[in-house]
Design a protein around this ligand. Structure first.
Ligand code: NAD
Ligand code: IPM
Ligand code: MN
Length: 352
């Protein structure tokens, strides 16, 4: 029987509540699909600052590296907003992405049938099976470029190498080949030199993928097109910061940011799986957070890191079924049952 070692980084705010539900679901999937899971917890973010003085203790990196995969809740919150930039909870998140070499962030925006009416976008615009995969570069660009501050100014640098763009482009083209063979590369090549290098590099890589239909779009237009006609997209590949923004936008088409999962991959087996949302300080501790983004991130982990695709599909099917009747407040609609974070976790387990 396969045994997987999973490191849990529960983090701050709603992080612990949502990760606890994801663990319950993973345990249920293990029981059903005949594998076992061993958990270890480590500190990341504000909780790590409180306990050790830094947002990413070395022990956390070591534990993650020694595991088959990592599940992360979320980090950050007002308590730590006045920390110096390099010692904020968010710096810990960037640090672990860098330390594990997680350059490829997959953020699927899929609408579950029962949630169509929870989306602010009209039914006919969404269509029957909106399914967009955003491939976000995760260890380069302005997040990792040189930054600084003097008495009267501050700066951050958007810098990409050909090698960095090539490897994320390959992930996106490979993904497109497994899907509908359509790739949109999003940049700001009308203004940014780094985007011109991005675009040229993507075009060069496209020569190895003659079957994929490639188009280029400026990020401002893409932000608009996502709302005007999301059906035109299959796979989107973009830089770190553009991917951050566009994926939050795409989440709302799917009904709520509480629904969007993500996988951060390094090219090897080890991945980090986390919802795209943050620590939601406004609802932390109230028991009303939507745990489905984290539960669906576990499904991605089963698919991309643990080679258990049937367990992944079973979790996704269970989520779809539960949504027919029960909702956390962020996706609640009249006539259905309003449930807490914990009840949602229990319902998905029961359905599994
Ligand atoms: P956020 O995603 O935490 O919250 C935005 C809004 O969405 C809030 O109203 C929140 O209540 C709601 N929301 C988010 N997740 C939800 C869920 N699962 N269920 C129901 N509602 C949910 O973004 P923010 O408010 O801009 O950031 C809060 C903190 O989180 C900041 O410190 C930020 O840096 C951090 N953050 C962390 C991550 C991460 O750890 N990956 C991601 C984004 C933001
Ligand atoms: C995300 C978050 C992070 C990011 C922050 C908290 C560093 O917004 O995972 O989307 O910008 O990557
Ligand atoms: Mn974000």
């Amino acid at each position: 029987m396969e045994n997987y070692k999973i490191t849990l980084l529960k983090g701050d705010g709603i992080g612990p509540e949502i990760v606890n539900q994801a663990v319950k679901v993973l345990d249920k999937a293990a029981e059903k699909f005949n594998f076992t899971v061993e958990y270890d917890e480590a500190l990341l973010g504000g909780c790590a600052i409180d306990a050790t003085g830094v947002p990413l203790p070395e022990e956390t990196v070591a534990k993650c590296k020694a595991s088959d995969s990592v599940i992360l809740g979320a980090v950050g919150g007002p308590k730590w907003d006045n920390q110096p930039g390099n010692n904020r909870p968010e710096a810990g998140l960037l640090g672990i992405r860098g330390a594990l070499g997680l350059f490829a962030n997959l953020r699927p925006s899929v609408i579950f049938g029962p949630l169509k009416s929870a989306s602010p976008i009209k039914d006919e615009i969404i269509g029957d099976n909106m399914d967009i995969m955003i491939v976000r570069e995760l260890t380069g660009g302005i997040y990792f470029g040189e930054r600084g501050r003097d008495d009267s100014s501050a700066w951050d640098t958007e810098k990409y190498s050909v090698a960095e763009v090539e490897r994320i482009a390959r992930v996106a083209f490979d993904m497109a080949m497994k899907r509908n063979k359509k790739l949109t590369s999003v940049d700001k090549a009308n203004v940014l030199e780094s985007s011109r290098l991005w675009r040229q590099t993507v075009i060069n890589v496209s020569k190895d993928y003659p079957e994929v239909e490639l188009n280029h779009m400026y990020v401002d237009n893409c932000a608009m097109q996502l709302v005007r006609n999301p059906k035109q997209f299959d796979v989107i590949v973009t830089s770190n910061i553009f991917g951050d923004i566009l994926s939050d936008e795409a989440s709302m088409i799917a009904g709520s940011i509480g629904m969007l999962a993500s996988a951060s991959l390094s090219g090897g087996k080890l991945g980090l799986y986390e919802p795209i949302h943050g620590s939601a300080p406004d609802i932390a501790g109230k028991g009303i957070a939507n745990p489905l983004a984290t539960i669906l991130s576990v499904a991605m982990m089963l698919r991309y890191s643990l080679a258990q695709p049937e367990a992944a599909e079973a979790i996704e099917a269970a989520v779809a079924k539960v949504l027919e009747t029960s909702r956390t407040p962020d996706i609640y609609e009249e006539g259905l049952t309003k449930v807490s974070c914990e009840e949602m976790g229990d319902l998905v387990c029961a359905q599994l």
